[in-house]
Write a protein that binds this ligand. Structure first.
Ligand code: UDP
Length: 250
């Protein structure tokens, strides 16, 4: 039996770290099951709290993994810890490595015009043998869905990385996965295509090791202050929920 997800302020997270997430996706692939993966962070949780349709989308996703430190810490404080982080950037890279070994095909969708195509070349260089069967910017707007899905369906990839940022990429996948019969794994990857072409920077290993990616990103991209305001509300709510549940128990 699959254990229930860890509830972090209303969003359920699967009990996996990076290795567990990779293993779960590969096991589902081997069984021929289709997998919609969400890599959730505190910002996603806060969005889902305000928007029941996003919360429902997360409930229905096949795998919801903790993208970073915020969720792992939150789960620990709330008393039902997760085994570790599964950053989308690393999960996408491990899936690409395995796809190269298994001969599985990949399609990169999203980011600014021209970026996905360059990211495909970069990913191919990083994982020799990887079959990237297509790449395009497309558009997260639903009016463009038919054109974009026809293009992807023609390329018939097994793995689809979607880079429209949260929550547009998750909504895009939820709306369109049914129209893409070849796709076995679909995952929203945020700024990963930008990082592959050097437009977005990857945190140094030490920053990742100490779990301060969010602070590092904030320092490099100060325009995120407004968006990351959600992080402080999240931290407050986690602590408040913990205190309130302690009171109920005593
Ligand atoms: N993006 C896009 N179309 C949009 C909005 C965003 O292609 O309408 C792309 C953007 O170019 C970038 C990625 O989505 O490559 C968002 O990256 P970000 O790091 O902001 O992701 P998040 O942290 O929001 O998941």
């Amino acid at each position: 039996m699959v254990p229930p997800r860890v509830d972090v302020l209303g969003v359920g997270f699967d009990r996996v770290d990076l290795a567990g997430a990779t293993e779960a996706v590969l096991a589902r692939l081997a069984r021929g099951e289709r997998t919609f993966v969400i890599t959730g962070n505190p910002e996603f949780v806060m969005l889902a709290r305000r928007d029941p349709s996003l919360a429902a989308l997360a409930r229905d996703a096949d795998l919801v993994v903790p993208d970073g430190t915020g969720i792992v810490l939150g789960a620990r404080v709330l008393g039902d810890p997760l085994p570790g982080r599964a950053p989308g950037r690393m999960l996408a890279d491990l899936l690409a490595a395995q796809a190269a070994r298994d001969g599985r095909s990949m399609y990169l969708l999203g980011a600014a015009p021209g970026v996905a195509e360059r990211a495909a070349q970069a990913l191919g260089r990083r994982h020799p043998g990887l079959r990237v069967v297509g790449a395009s910017a497309g558009s997260p707007a639903s009016a463009e869905d038919a054109v974009t899905t026809a293009r992807i369906a023609a390329a018939a990839p097994e793995i689809l990385l979607v880079a429209y940022g949260m929550p547009l990429q998750e909504r895009w996948i939820a709306r369109n996965l049914g129209a893409l019969p070849s796709v076995r794994v679909a995952i929203g990857v945020g700024g990963v295509l930008d990082q592959l072409v050097g437009l977005g920077t990857v945190p140094p290993g030490i920053v990742h090791a100490v779990g301060l990616e969010w602070l590092w990103r904030l320092a490099r991209e100060p325009h995120r202050w407004r968006r990351q305001g959600a992080l402080w509300v999240y931290a407050y709510l986690v602590l408040w929920t913990r205190i309130a549940s302690g009171r109920r128990r005593s």
